[in-house]
Design a protein. Structure first.
Length: 341
């Protein structure tokens, strides 16, 4: 019961937290309200709620502050904190925390060395292209055949997740799987995408799995050739249509990628009305990296949509003619915003 109550109150306090979002079933992210996070960058979000045992805890990777949920609520909203403690007592639980370190960690197979051909609860598109769920997704997104080895399907995402970390506690549900590898082609993570086009409330469209919480995931890094022009996009699906590209798995990763891969060409979604997209693109322009700024004639919102509606030649023309940096990028950025207001 404590997990349900904790998530309920995290959602209740979320209206007071900047850039709050659930990244997966047991991990939420926001700008830290205790230290203010970054004064220089309004898109930094380094506060995390994470599940440990039966309880949720808060940790900021900027200031280092760590609290159980009760103590966090006490600092942010005393009325909510009192309600939270009372509800836990009413449910027969400790008002603060029930966390107890497990005597023995339950071990699941493959967590130390995950192999493509030994994944449980997983159907690969490479070998099951006729599976109704896989074929529907491939046809809808027009996934190229050379990426079938990264795509799959599970009818029990909860069981599939435990192969990455044994403490994952996720729902038994159907999801499309996108495998993520490191530079040596070892499977170190995966994204699970809901099959529903209209997910239920509080059901995340994507849930990202990783072998450890500090595992850095970059989709496509096993194929990247930095001696040639290379591109950095947000999502794995978009990267499948651009040669020599990687995905940073979320728009918040673009700034860190700009520091690590300053020679990359960055492609954000074509969403001039999305405040976060506009802020990130402007910050990339200020950093001075190469960015793609979409032409006013393009009305599609992302690479996959362009490929489906306009085709590869149109996308290639954008990659060839719409890459900017420096003062030219500043000018094109403002034109992009004006043309799409």
């Amino acid at each position: 019961m404590s997990t349900y109550i904790d998530k309920k109150y995290i959602n209740m306090v979320s209206s007071l937290l900047e850039k709050f979002k659930w990244k997966k079933d047991n991990l939420a992210n926001c700008r830290c309200p205790l230290c203010g996070d970054s004064d220089r960058s309004k898109i930094k979000a380094r506060g995390y709620f994470f599940k440990k045992g039966n309880d949720f805890f808060y940790k900021c990777h900027n200031c280092g502050i760590g609290h159980n949920l009760h103590n966090f609520l006490e600092k942010i909203s005393l009325p909510l904190c009192k309600e939270y403690a009372l509800e836990r007592y009413r449910s027969g639980e400790n008002g603060n925390s029930n966390f107890k370190k497990p005597e023995k960690e339950e071990i699941y197979p493959f967590t130390s060395d995950i192999k493509f051909d030994s994944l449980n609860n997983f159907k690969s598109a490479k070998n099951n292209v006729d599976d109704e769920h896989i074929s529907a997704f491939i046809q809808e997104r027009q996934i190229p055949e050379n990426r079938f080895c990264d795509i799959g399907y599970t009818d029990d995402f909860g069981a599939f997740a435990k192969q990455f970390q044994s403490h994952y506690s996720l729902a038994q549900e159907e999801r499309i799987i996108i495998l993520i590898r490191d530079k040596d082609e070892n499977i170190i993570g995966a994204q699970g995408r809901t099959l529903s086009k209209l997910p239920k409330k509080n059901v995340p469209k994507y849930i990202t799995l990783r072998k450890t919480e500090d595992t850095k995931l970059i989709y496509g890094i096993d194929r990247l050739n930095q001696r040639k022009p290379f591109y950095i996009v947000e999502g794995p699906i978009d990267s499948m249509f651009v040669d020599n590209s990687v995905a940073c798995l979320g728009s918040s990763g673009f700034i860190d990628m700009a520091k690590e891969y300053p020679k990359g060409i960055f492609i954000l979604d074509n969403e001039p009305r999305n405040k976060q997209t506009v802020e990130i693109l402007l910050e990339l322009v200020k950093i001075g990296v190469n960015v793609v700024i979409w032409p006013s004639t393009c009305k599609e919102k992302d690479i996959n949509e362009v490929m489906k509606k306009q085709g590869k030649k149109y996308m290639d023309a954008i990659l060839q003619n719409c890459v900017y940096s420096g003062l030219k990028a500043v000018l094109e950025f403002h034109n992009w915003k004006k043309c799409n207001v």
